[in-house]
Design a protein around this ligand. Structure first.
Ligand code: GLV
Ligand code: MN
Ligand code: MN
Length: 413
């Protein structure tokens, strides 16, 4: 039997249902943010499935969780596949989780089909891909690939001031796994990540498999505006240093400056904090986040300059600054992996199309280490980062079939 034939749609679907209970929300989505109790629960569930199949698990200093199926040459750099189990605060069931469960399904399918591979095959759940609680996102894979420093990441704080190091320790206590000694990262033969598309193209074009060619560049910023707290009933407008009024001027100018004719530039203000947050006190401090993306780094660079200029011009009378917190250049996936994904989809008789990714993924960091690619499957109306996110069992299984065939091929090279 081939690995693809051994993929079980019902098993893969049930695993999504089981995982969706952890941090499950009334609207059908999940709140399973990085290094929360719900994240720990998902780690334990994955570990229990691994144990039932006799696969070894291990973790590293940033909490990435690895499930290993042995190869006939255990010393050969493994082939890896995975994604993330953390979610947005009101996230869907498939963003990230699908990539982990598809990778685990691939391991199980290889096992059920009795397929031996030369290289080990590892399913991985990367720590904190979403970056909604702790910044920056795609942290575990970035540390693994040497893109971010472990020591810096351990000091990051969430919006409540919890230090990542402490949240990680609590998570690993609640979801223990053998710790691989030394700094994160080891040689990897190749990496392939499956993910829902998170956009509408596959559905619109009635294709089952997206052959992902690369990922657009992304940058994140925090804007901080300092005003002066004052009484809302007594302080004349002219005498105020209203941090929120400055923030609205700045934000409006930024939206205008980032509106492009071909609608390619993505600009999002996703989190605004107004302090002290009292209806009758003039705001003394505002912070807001910016997420900006484009396929061309030069466009991001040019707009970064504009954003800084806007803050400088429009904040008065409030001191203000803009700080860049991440800068991930556009990723081009390895031709050999892209071609292999396309060839395996075609061989399985699945409709497919080449496409870039608008969303960020752990694969953008792992691509620095080894030949890397991605497989997309459709999601309903392209909705993601939303509890309504949906995908069909058949499409999820189709992606897993392509994945197992790709992994088997790479693991025998
Ligand atoms: C990941 O969710 C991203 O922000 O692209
Ligand atoms: Mn994701
Ligand atoms: Mn996401």
């Amino acid at each position: 039997m081939s690995g693809a034939k051994a993929v079980r749609e019902d098993r893969l679907w049930q695993r999504h249902v089981d995982m969706a209970r952890l941090g499950g929300l009334p609207g059908g989505g999940v709140n399973r943010q990085a290094l929360s109790a719900e994240d720990a629960a998902s780690r334990n569930l994955l570990a229990s499935w691994a144990a039932a199949r006799g696969f070894a698990i291990f973790t590293d200093a940033i909490g990435n969780l690895f499930v290993r199926r042995e190869g006939s040459d255990p010393a050969a750099p493994p082939v890896m596949s995975g994604s993330h189990m953390d979610s947005q605060p009101t996230g869907g069931r498939y963003d990230g989780m699908y990539g982990v469960l598809a990778a685990f399904e691939a391991l199980e399918a290889l096992e059920d089909a009795g397929v031996a591979t030369r290289r080990p095959v590892i399913a991985v759940a990367w720590t904190n891909e979403e970056g909604s609680r702790f910044q920056p996102g795609a942290m575990g894979s970035a540390v693994f690939a040497g893109q971010y420093r472990l020591e810096d990441m351990l000091q990051q704080r969430d919006w409540e001031g919890v230090v990542l190091k402490d949240a990680l320790a609590a998570t690993l206590k609640a979801a223990p796994a053998p710790l691989r000694d030394g700094p994160p990262g080891f040689p990897v033969g190749a990496y392939v990540e499956a993910h829902i598309e998170q956009g509408p193209r596959l559905e619109n074009e009635a294709r089952t498999i997206g052959v992902v060619t690369g990922i657009q560049g992304s940058r994140r910023y925090i804007v901080t505006i300092t005003g002066e707290e004052a009484h809302a009933g007594t302080t004349p407008r002219a005498a105020r240093k209203d941090a929120y009024a400055a923030a609205t001027r700045i934000a409006a100018a930024m939206y205008a400056a980032t509106t492009d004719a071909d609608d390619m530039l993505r600009f999002t203000i996703g989190r605004v904090e107004v302090l002290p947050g009292s209806p009758n006190t003039v705001p003394g401090k505002v912070t807001f986040t910016i997420d900006m993306r484009h396929p061309e780094d030069a466009v991001l660079e040019a707009h970064e300059g504009q954003l800084a200029g806007i803050v400088g011009r429009l904040a008065a009378p409030c001191p203000a600054g803009i700080e860049r917190v991440t800068n991930v250049a556009p990723t081009v996936f390895a031709r050999e992996v892209v071609d292999l994904v396309r060839a395996k989809a075609a061989a399985l008789g699945l409709s497919h199309m080449d496409m870039p990714s608008g969303a960020g993924h752990d694969a953008m960091h792992v691509a620095h280490l080894c030949p890397t690619g991605m497989i997309f499957v459709p999601c309903e109306r392209g909705i993601s980062h939303n509890e309504a996110e949906n995908a069909t069992p058949a499409d999820l299984a189709a992606g897993a079939r392509v994945l197992v065939e790709v992994l088997e091929d790479l693991a025998n090279r």
